[in-house]
Design a protein around this ligand. Structure first.
Ligand SMILES: [Fe+2]
Length: 523
């Protein structure tokens, strides 16, 4: 099971051990990550995908040269219902395949135990918004706000009632979809996100303000039911890519996985003016060969050209029926290389370039530069997607790279890097890169902190945890400095405006009860 071994306990490690170096005293904030792990065995035997598991958020809270580790289950409606029942409750239409097709993203086979309860686990990403951290699983449930200090589950975000369709039908009032990879305006704190569905309108765009107000636009002209996992935010546009990585629950009825890859469909870019999302959308058919960008790095505007950066795969790194037999293990993940799509705004012509041949993923930037011109990107590289071990800083202007390979006596898993600025007003890229490392063979973990300008020198601090942290795909930094925009409230868990969790009372009575639910551990 390696780095995917479930972390089945909550922990507080105050004043973590710094085995080498020193934690930079300027770091004043929280480093958050989220991932799927098992609270209890699944109801269905055999393969069970990550969406079936439960979400767990991990945090390192930095202050004055020390750090505290904390992790907590996300008290989703599913988690609370199963906690009260003392057993797993959910079965999924795609759960009986027993192989790589069993994602657990199909409709729930509803019964009295699960009626009215969203099925998602909110375990793909956690990001700062309006003084909270917000966990999103992209499909199957609305975003959930958490306290950035205690990690207590506060509740479903108040704006969930305005969210569009998901790939599964809403289980209750307020059950909608929201991306796991929103982008935000670092000055105003406004969040740009979307949801996707296999039913028209395939995509709904959302523009969320920190006061909880939201504007939405259904994209009735969206070309097809793409699983749009990420996007670019430029100075003027939200750039949503439609790539033929499809999501379609009817595929399950045909004995197929919910995800499909149809390279006969064109890659299409939607350019939506970010200051008026109701303005006309410019649809660009890219006319490039089939390929796939799972995660964007960021974008620059170069005269009349948009330069859209990110690792490019030949095809999505997921199994499809043309490549993997049913019942067989899935191993051959494809890998991506750093590249860019360049859109000429005058001609509408798109070109694709791959700029290097090494396998990279998890592109990140100094997020104070979301939606602005940027220079510095941070990624992890390795032989392939499952052996990433090298932190890379890339100058997207010149292509120059700095790198540091993380090696131990036994294999390790290096997770996504996250940038934390030296101060809220520091220049772009002036700060630290935090990299979680699972030493899973030894049941240990590390967090490595690099000075972003001196990555080849190795980490300035190496934090050790005496256990294996759970696998986490994504996370973000939240700055607590008083001068940082949208720092969290000084009083933890104060001024909560979020809705009580939908999903009923856990006894199958659903949202009709509208009973405010209290996080189980606080009851
Ligand atoms: Fe992602």
């Amino acid at each position: 099971m390696g780095p995917l071994k479930p972390m089945r306990f909550e922990a507080d490690v105050d004043d973590v051990i710094v085995a080498e170096g020193e934690i930079p005293p300027e770091l004043n904030g929280g480093f958050y990550r989220v991932g799927p792990t098992w609270k209890r065995p699944a109801l269905q035997e055999g393969n069970n995908g990550f969406p079936v598991q439960d979400g767990m958020v991990q945090a390192l809270i930095f202050r004055e040269g020390r750090a505290d580790f904390r992790n907590r289950w996300i008290r989703t409606p599913k988690y609370l219902a199963e906690e009260r029942a003392g057993r797993a409750l959910f079965r999924y239409k795609d759960g009986d395949f027993g192989d790589w097709r069993s994602y657990g993203l199909g409709e729930v086979v509803r019964d009295q135990w699960t009626h009215g309860i969203p099925q998602g686990n909110n375990a793909v990403n956690v990001f700062p918004f309006a003084g909270r951290i917000v966990a999103s699983g992209e499909m199957g449930s609305p975003p959930i706000a958490l306290d950035p200090i205690t990690l207590d589950t506060i509740g479903v975000v108040s704006w969930s009632v305005a969210l569009g369709k998901s790939v599964v039908d809403p289980a209750c009032f307020g059950d909608g979809a929201f991306t796991a990879h929103p982008k935000w305006d670092p000055v105003t704190g406004e969040l740009y996100g979307w949801g996707y569905s296999d039913r028209k309108p395939y995509t709904t765009l959302h523009w969320c303000r920190p006061d909880g107000t939201i504007r939405s636009r259904e994209l009735w002209d969206a070309p097809y039911n793409a699983l749009t996992h990420d996007m670019w935010l430029t100075e003027r546009y939200v750039v949503l890519p439609f790539q033929p990585f499809l999501v379609d629950r009817e595929r399950i009825d045909r004995g197929l996985a919910i995800f499909g890859w149809d390279p006969s469909k064109p890659i299409v870019l939607a350019l939506i003016p970010r200051d008026d999302i109701d303005a006309p959308i410019r649809w660009i058919e890219a006319g490039i060969e089939p390929e796939y960008i799972m995660h964007t790095m960021s974008a620059n505007t170069d005269g009349n050209r948009l330069v859209l950066d990110g690792p490019i795969f030949d095809r999505p790194p997921f199994p499809f029926e043309d490549q993997v037999e049913f019942g067989k293990d899935f191993v051959p993940f494809s890998t991506g290389q750093i590249g860019r799509w360049i859109l000429d705004l005058d001609s509408g012509k798109v070109t694709s370039e791959r700029l290097d041949d090494r396998a990279v993923e998890f592109p990140r930037i100094d997020e104070r530069f979301y939606g602005k011109a940027y220079r510095w990107g941070f990624l992890v590289a390795g032989e392939n997607l499952w052996s990433l071990n090298t932190l890379v800083r890339r100058d997207v202007h010149t292509g120059a790279e700095d790198a540091y390979t993380i090696e131990r006596e036994t294999p390790v898993a290096v997770f996504e890097p996250v940038f934390a600025p030296r101060s809220p007003s520091a220049p772009e890229g002036d700060g630290y890169v935090i990299v979680p490392v699972s030493r899973f063979m030894e049941n240990l973990s590390e967090y490595l902190i690099f000075d972003a300008h001196h990555i080849p020198d190795g980490p300035v601090a190496r934090i050790e945890l005496p256990f294996q942290i759970g696998w986490t795909p994504h996370g973000h930094w939240m700055d607590f400095s008083p001068e940082a925009p949208y720092a969290p409230p000084r009083t933890a868990a104060s001024a909560a405006t979020e809705l009580p969790l939908p999903g009923g009372d856990g006894n199958g009575r659903g949202i009709a009860s509208r009973a405010p639910l209290v996080p189980a551990h606080a009851a």
